[in-house]
Design a protein around this ligand. Structure first.
Ligand code: BGC
Ligand code: BGC
Length: 620
């Protein structure tokens, strides 16, 4: 569809239909008939927004039914369905689950990241989805942030290079552009400086107050979204409150930085992404100084759409508009006038549509702003060939969760490993003799995958097709090598030749991962000590979304590996442990010695060196 065609279509649209295009609804909150009746522009699955049973076929049916709803609307404008495929198509049972981005950052391999994105796109296409809320191009400056794992690095240049590689992998199929039925629209997120927020700026210590801070907001979001799967989630979040695990402190907080720093550290990935075909950008839930990004007309409209010439569309983040003002009408007005084009409502779309309608009728939102937003959305839909009927063509792509796809993930895992310590213990011989494996994560693929896997916060103990580390060790060793596993590290009185101990961060997503204390819990420290006394050579493996404070434990190991959150293909770890591939990963974040070296600015100001600097990694 050409530009004049889009203008003609715009001319035929009623205000209600225009606002429908600007509305993105969470899939539990709307039916295909309602999509048809209201000309809704987009539907999404949030983390864990899965059909039952959770299979590629049911996904295809679910997405297809919403798409057909849109085609039945008066003007038949096609729908865009979006999901968070942030380490593979991670909501879907049986998908290839890649390492989280921090691990991909350690590979420093842009071509690999492009291939990872292509596989992810193929699995999205296999389920009918053509819009991925990725890549995040956050540049975290404080590893206590619960989204550090979603970022490639604390270094702007590396984030830029790998973010662009991922975007191209999604959107580009042999240079044919977005209209290729195997192309997936990316969403570069979260604009801007989401990684530059300050500790405590989102917690109860701030003027957001004890209840309205993200605790209050979050509780609302959960209770509404999860009505249908209430039991499971109430237990989960109840437990978090009880144990004090819950506590948003920095996620969605305030970046109190100068414009110069914002432009130097956080803006470059967006400039590069736009130059490389970014057509959608997601706005950050955080604030810059005293203004929420969703209200920031200067950064959204003047800088991004004006100065940087971005003519794709901006989507808001989950519930973000709601936080702009206590009065919802005012909140909607502020967000749309600031430059948000499509609103991830996600639940009460009638209230959103009604408020925006009233705002336009009252002249609080100019009609030109609405036309601009809709034109941007329709332009991208046209570029994707949606008006010509280009749909995700599952026949055009390689198999979902296939061996070929898993081979790319296994390669990514092996290349993501950072060898922190090695006194000659690695590589291990496959004829190792007696091998003890300890730590629940060694046999828990849910912990190996981390958050954003099947459910928003992951599924510890859950069933995820793939290979856990224990399985991979059993597969790798020669006949005659005895492998014994005990989660708690209780073995008989033999001394093992090799001990492998895995410690992991519990899975989290977003604010649930904000953590003040990055030291290991006492159980993990005891487990390491117990293992030390039961084996001649002790190898430590960390499953983590960020550097942890392990200065006092590091010397207990003969070799220590940061494996990040590797995903479904644990054999990538044994490939390196047993010397089939070299350890080549390099730290994407500096590894602090103690909490006085957090955040990054404190480390840079400290006269002591970090435990290991960014870029460090032994090669054997
Ligand atoms: C997150 C986004 C995500 C969206 C949809 C938000 O809470 O910040 O990264 O794309 O939810 O799940
Ligand atoms: C959803 C996520 C979303 C989050 C925001 C969760 O319930 O599943 O997609 O990002 O809420 O708070």
């Amino acid at each position: 569809m050409t530009a004049p065609d889009i203008d003609r279509l715009l001319g035929e649209m009623t205000l209600a239909e225009k606002i429908g295009q600007m509305t993105q609804v969470e899939k539990y909150s709307i039916s295909p008939d309602e999509v048809a009746g209201h000309g809704i522009g987009s539907v999404l699955s949030g983390g864990g927004g899965n059909p039952t049973p959770n299979t590629p076929e049911t996904w295809r049916d679910m997405v297809g039914s919403f798409e057909e709803g849109a085609l039945r609307s008066r003007l038949g404008i096609p729908l865009l369905y979006g999901v968070d495929a942030v380490h593979g198509h991670n909501n879907v049972y049986g998908a290839t689950i890649f390492p989280h981005n921090i691990g991909l950052g350690a590979t420093r391999d842009a071509d690999l990241i492009r291939r990872v994105a292509r596989v992810t796109a193929e699995e999205l296409i296999a389920t009918g989805v053509r819009w991925d809320f990725a890549p995040p191009v956050s540049v975290p400056q404080d590893i206590r942030w619960g989204r550090t794992l979603e970022a490639y690095s604390e270094d702007t240049e590396l984030v830029t290079e790998l973010g662009v590689a991922f975007l191209r992998g999604l959107q580009d199929v042999d240079g044919t552009g977005l209209a290729n039925p195997a192309a997936v629209l990316g969403s570069v997120k979260h604009y801007v400086a989401d990684g530059g927020t300050e500790w405590w700026s989102a917690g109860p210590d701030t003027d957001q107050g004890e209840t309205t801070g993200c605790n209050g907001n979050f509780e609302d979001a959960i209770s509404e979204e999860r009505r249908r799967t209430l039991e499971q989630h109430q237990n989960l979040f109840g437990e978090m409150y009880e144990h004090g695990i819950w506590g948003q402190r920095i996620d969605q907080g305030v970046a109190k930085i100068t414009e110069e720093e914002l432009r130097a550290v956080h803006l470059p990935p967006y400039i590069a992404a736009i130059a490389n075909g970014a057509r959608n950008i997601m706005v950050s839930l955080s604030s810059w100084r005293d203004t929420k990004m969703h209200a920031h007309r200067y950064l959204l409209t003047d800088v991004l759409k004006g100065e940087l010439g971005f003519d794709g569309f901006l989507v808001s983040d989950w519930l973000a508009i709601d936080y702009l003002d206590d009065d919802y009408y005012t909140a909607v007005t502020i967000g749309i006038n600031a430059g948000v084009d499509m609103v991830m409502v996600p639940h009460d779309w009638r209230a959103f549509m009604d408020s925006l309608t009233r705002a336009v009728e009252a002249g609080d939102v100019p009609m030109e702003r609405i036309d601009d937003a809709v034109r941007r959305i329709l332009r991208v839909k046209a570029e994707m060939g949606l008006f010509e009927g280009v749909r995700a063509d599952s026949g055009s792509v390689a198999g979902f969760g296939s061996t070929e796809h898993r081979a790319v993930a296994r390669e990514a895992v092996a290349k993501s490993l950072v060898l922190l310590e090695n006194n000659g213990a690695l590589p291990l011989s496959k004829d190792a003799g007696l091998v003890y494996v300890a730590g629940r994560p060694a046999a828990d693929i849910g912990l190996q995958c981390g958050g954003w896997t099947i459910e928003w916060r992951g599924i510890p103990g859950g069933d995820i097709p793939g290979t856990d580390l224990l399985g991979a060790v059993n597969e790798a060793v020669a006949e005659g090598t005895e492998v014994v596993f005990d989660a708690a590290g209780h073995f008989d009185d033999r001394i093992a030749d090799v001990g492998l101990v895995v410690v992991a961060e519990p899975p989290y997503a977003e604010m649930t991962g904000d953590r003040a204390d990055l030291t290991l819990p006492p159980e993990d420290i005891e487990l390491i000590q117990r293992m030390r006394s039961q084996c001649r050579t002790l190898i430590g493996i960390l499953y983590t979304g960020r550097p942890l404070l392990i200065t006092s434990q590091a010397e207990a190991f003969d070799a220590l590996v940061a494996a990040w959150l590797p995903g479904s293909e644990g054999a990538g770890i044994t490939d390196a442990l047993f010397g089939d591939v070299l350890f080549t990963g390099k730290l994407p974040f500096a590894w602090p010695r103690n909490d006085r070296q957090i955040p990054l600015a404190a480390l840079e100001a400290d006269s002591n060196s970090p435990l290991w600097p960014r870029g460090y990694g032994l090669e054997v």
